[in-house]
Design a protein around this ligand. Structure first.
Ligand SMILES: Nc1ncnc2c1ncn2[C@@H]1O[C@H](COP(=O)(O)OP(=O)(O)OP(=O)(O)O)[C@@H](O)[C@H]1O
Ligand SMILES: [Mg+2]
Length: 387
């Protein structure tokens, strides 16, 4: 059928025509925003999930909800180079600019920020903020940030607004900065101010310790996004087509669900190719089966190859050894043995793969798994890498 009208969205962060199976999380976020608007407090969310399950898309939907309620929103996708605190400081600047404060309120705010040590007012007027984390220890950073968040929270609240920070790929946050932000948010929440954070990241989000950990347990819920359940996966596939009066045969839907395992990214990719290859509606089993190898090739190129390229030869061999053990999670000791080494001999390689976000440590101590669904299958198909 016509590729020009193809409704599927197999691209990172692309809003799907049907955001299937996420009603619970959307409702939870609506309640949060409603309660913050009413001067009440509520837990926000730190969402965990593998690559391609729909974390970014969900954060974007949260952003729409917050904006409809008059909140000022900021979305950041972190990289290993990002400074979380510097980004939050820029968001604070931008919030204050958007609030169009009276000169009296602005002067009061400038005074109240003047004594901070790690986040300083850097301009003779206005709210340009300079961040220098070397100016204090973690306690100081978090106290300064708390002060800043409380001030912007108050200024927003006075105007019937609020602020939502949406942080994507939060696994890349530096632990100190992340802990400081959580502690600072705790302060704003204690004062019932409409400032909150919703974050998403790989299962391995930074570990929180000490006070930040106990605050986080009260401030956040930690839902895990997973592949879609049967009916939601069927809706993710069929509903975008239905909007164009195109249907699927039941056998086609069933085959597609099995092939994709309900992973949103796989559904978008398979749906796209099935649509392009199908002659007419309904899209049948033949069209799905024709689309499978094409979709697999597209997945190889879009999510697997790029990740493999980020790994060195030794890291690739380590991942190949994982894959050859079957499906994960994998015990680190077993991987080492497969490579003919002791655990100590390969622990640096393992750590580099964790840092690159290619694997993550599962809840069970000593186990790791791939961050991309079915990466093991891809690695087993790669005969050019020797384990
Ligand atoms: N609930 C959903 N229903 C249907 N399609 C979805 C859903 N969520 C996400 N998608 C689709 O799945 C793909 C992946 O979504 P997204 O980029 O949000 O995943 P992600 O978890 O952020 O991945 P990554 O960890 O690589 O950043 C996109 O093509 C998107 O259109
Ligand atoms: Mg994402």
């Amino acid at each position: 059928m016509d590729p020009i009208t193809n409704p599927y969205t197999p691209n990172a962060g692309s809003k799907p025509p049907e955001l299937a199976g996420r009603g619970k999380q959307l409702r939870q976020f609506e309640v949060l925003i409603g309660r913050l608007s009413a001067g009440l407090t509520e837990q926000s969310m730190i969402i965990r999930g593998l690559r391609g399950v729909g974390k970014t898309v969900l954060l974007n939907a949260f952003e729409d909800i917050a904006e409809s309620a008059g909140f000022i929103t900021f979305y950041h996708e972190l990289t290993p180079e990002s400074s979380l605190i510097a980004q939050v400081a820029r968001d604070a600047e931008s919030t204050l600019a958007q609030l169009k404060l009276t000169s009296r309120v602005a002067a009061r705010l400038r005074d109240s920020l003047a004594h901070l040590k790690t986040i300083r007012i850097a301009s003779p007027e206005g709210f340009e903020l300079a961040v220098d984390l070397r100016g204090g220890d973690e306690g100081q950073v978090s106290a300064d940030l708390a002060h800043l968040l409380v001030q912007i929270g108050k200024a927003a609240q006075e105007q019937g607004r609020g602020v939502v920070l949406l942080i994507d790929d939060v696994q890349f946050a530096a632990e100190l900065e992340y802990r400081a932000l959580i502690s600072a948010l705790h302060r704003a929440t204690q004062k019932s101010l409409p400032v909150t954070l919703a974050a998403a990241g790989l299962p391995q989000i930074p570990r929180l310790t000490g006070e930040a950990r106990s605050y986080a347990e009260r401030l956040f819920d930690f839902p895990t996004l997973d592949s879609l359940a049967h009916d939601d996966a069927a809706a993710a596939l069929a509903s975008p087509a239905r909007q164009h009066e195109v249907s699927y045969t039941p056998e086609a839907v069933q085959r597609a669900i099995t092939w994709t395992g309900g992973y949103p990214f796989f559904i978008q990719q398979l749906g796209k190719h099935a649509w392009n290859l199908a002659g007419q509606s309904p899209i049948d089993l033949d069209a799905i089966e024709d689309a499978m190898p094409v979709a697999r090739e597209a997945l190889d190129r879009s999510i697997y190859e790029v990740r493999l390229q980020r790994a060195t030869e030794t890291e690739r061999r380590y991942m190949k050894a994982m894959a050859e053990l079957g499906t994960g999670p994998y015990r680190s000791g077993d991987v080492a043995r497969k490579l003919g080494k002791g655990t100590g001999g390969v622990s640096k390689i393992r750590q580099r793969l964790l840092d690159k976000g290619l694997v993550y440590a599962t809840e069970d101590f000593g186990y790791i798994d791939f961050t991309v669904p079915r990466f093991d299958d891809f690695m087993r198909r790669r005969n050019d890498i020797g384990a």
